[in-house]
Design a protein around this ligand. Structure first.
Ligand code: UD1
Length: 426
């Protein structure tokens, strides 16, 4: 297994360019199954493990995928399978998005119950409810979901909760369905707007993304296009937290500051100075951060759950007491135990963490338990005194493309190592 060996205490300084967004590119790759003709080119496709797993699934379905650096080419002419491969689907939760486009194209689909990070139950009832509302018949047996779409029709879909994935699934299932599908209480995340942009670039007709009501007018055909996903606001936020907690000063290039408002406003509350330009964001941290009174994760435009762990790590060294409430996922505080091993003072009760800022953290051997929690441990290690090893970094590679390179370019000292062979005296 691989880990990051981190020498703490370096202030992050310099400029870094953000990668394309994981949470945008995964549904976009799923939607790339929709066009019958033409090649789709995804520019700025991040080199992350989840994107590889997704292209692996697309390949098994008959779509030809080839990557050259950040450019991914997809051709669907050979698409003929509607059953998603078991092993790969279990690896990423995003495999559930494929139900919508496969049903849209082939009117049937089979998927194994999806995998992903261990951050809670993560049911898929809303996805299935949305597809049923479009006339899909669904049979669940032994962890396998069979969907039969012979009777699919457009119409209204109402979500009890604005689920990101379920909204995207229905948008894709409806893109080729004759008539008007209206999604009520839709998720409003920027990645939903990006999926709308991609479907429309292929010749589709979707409007309203970014609001609670999305309308999809089915078109007869879509064609392949060249498209680049939005910059990754979560990677951006992670780097900002790393700079903030080390007292650094960084510039994020290829950023969309509008998408990062919930995070940049919290960092301002902690005493950081932030300057927003059209596609750049500049952060200058104080010598010591201040605690924030409360942070509650919520669907967009509330504070993103995907930034909770990193912000919690930053608050460990802030002066005063910060309170964090995780409302979106029920089991997303597993990084707390390892942060405490590094000297943090955190009390957890249910979904609430109370963080009393300490003056210093100490390097330790810790282990990533999920994607964002792993990133949080890296942030703490960057600020800690001495050396840390963050194990099971494969989980971090799911969403961060070569995180060590970005951090080292900013002056950090991070090395990818084999965790079983590491020499602690090095
Ligand atoms: C997406 C993001 C993920 C982010 C999350 C919330 C991708 C690949 N993943 O995940 O990084 O953390 O949005 O912004 O884009 N729920 C149900 N039933 C369902 C679906 C969801 O109860 O059928 C619940 C979940 O358990 C969770 C909440 O709804 O409590 C939010 O989930 P959802 O918005 O669907 O997140 P994901 O699409 O899984």
């Amino acid at each position: 297994m691989e880990g990051f060996q981190v020498k703490g205490g370096e202030k992050l300084k310099g400029q870094v360019r953000l990668q394309g967004a994981k949470n945008a590119v995964l549904p976009i790759l799923a939607a790339a199954l929709l066009p019958e003709e033409g090649e789709t080119v995804i520019r700025d496709c991040p080199e992350i493990r989840d994107a590889d797993a997704m292209t692996g699934i697309l390949g098994k379905l008959g779509c030809v995928c080839s990557r050259r650096g950040a450019e991914l080419r997809l051709n669907n002419r050979g698409l003929r399978h509607w059953e998603m491969p078991d092993e790969l689907s279990k690896q990423i939760r995003s495999s559930i998005f494929l139900l919508g486009p496969i049903l849209g194209r082939m009117r049937r689909a089979t998927v194994t119950y999806p995998g992903g990070c261990e951050i809670g139950l993560r049911p898929i009832d809303l996805h299935l409810k949305g597809l049923r509302a479009l006339g899909v018949r669904i049979l669940e047996e032994g962890g396998v979901i069979h969907c039969e779409g012979g009777g699919m029709r457009s119409g209204p879909v109402y979500f009890d909760y604005p689920s990101v994935g379920a909204t995207e699934n229905v948008m894709m299932a409806a893109a080729l369905l004759p008539g008007l599908t209206t999604i009520h209480n839709a998720a409003r995340e920027p990645e939903i707007e990006d999926l709308q942009g991609f479907i429309n670039a292929m010749g589709g007709c979707v409007r309203g993304a970014g609001t609670q009501v999305i309308e999809v007018e089915g078109v007869k055909k879509l064609r392949g296009v060249s498209y680049a996903p939005i910059p990754d606001r979560i990677v951006g936020g992670t780097l900002l937290c790393a700079a903030a907690v080390t007292g650094g000063e960084i510039i994020l290039a290829n950023a969309c500051p509008r998408h990062m408002i919930p995070v940049s406003e919290k960092l301002k509350e902690m005493g950081c100075r932030i300057l927003q330009e059209t596609d750049r964001l500049i952060l200058k941290a104080p010598d010591r951060l201040k605690a924030f009174s409360q942070l509650q994760t919520q669907p967009h435009p509330g504070f993103p759950t995907d930034m909770q762990a990193q912000m919690l790590a930053a608050s460990c060294l802030a002066e005063g007491t910060s309170v964090i409430v995780e409302n979106v996922f029920e089991n997303r505080l597993s990084h707390v135990a390892d942060l405490c091993r590094m000297g943090a003072d955190i009390r957890v009760s249910g979904r609430t963490a109370v963080v009393r800022g300490v003056k210093a953290l100490t390097g330790a051997r810790v282990t990533a338990r999920d994607l964002r929690g792993g990133a949080a441990l890296v942030i703490a290690a960057l600020a800690a005194q001495g050396e840390s090893v963050v194990g099971h970094i494969a989980l971090v590679d799911r969403g961060y493309a070569h995180l060590e390179d970005a951090l080292n370019a900013l002056g950090a000292c991070v090395r990818r190592v084999k965790t079983d062979t590491i020499d602690p005296s090095e």
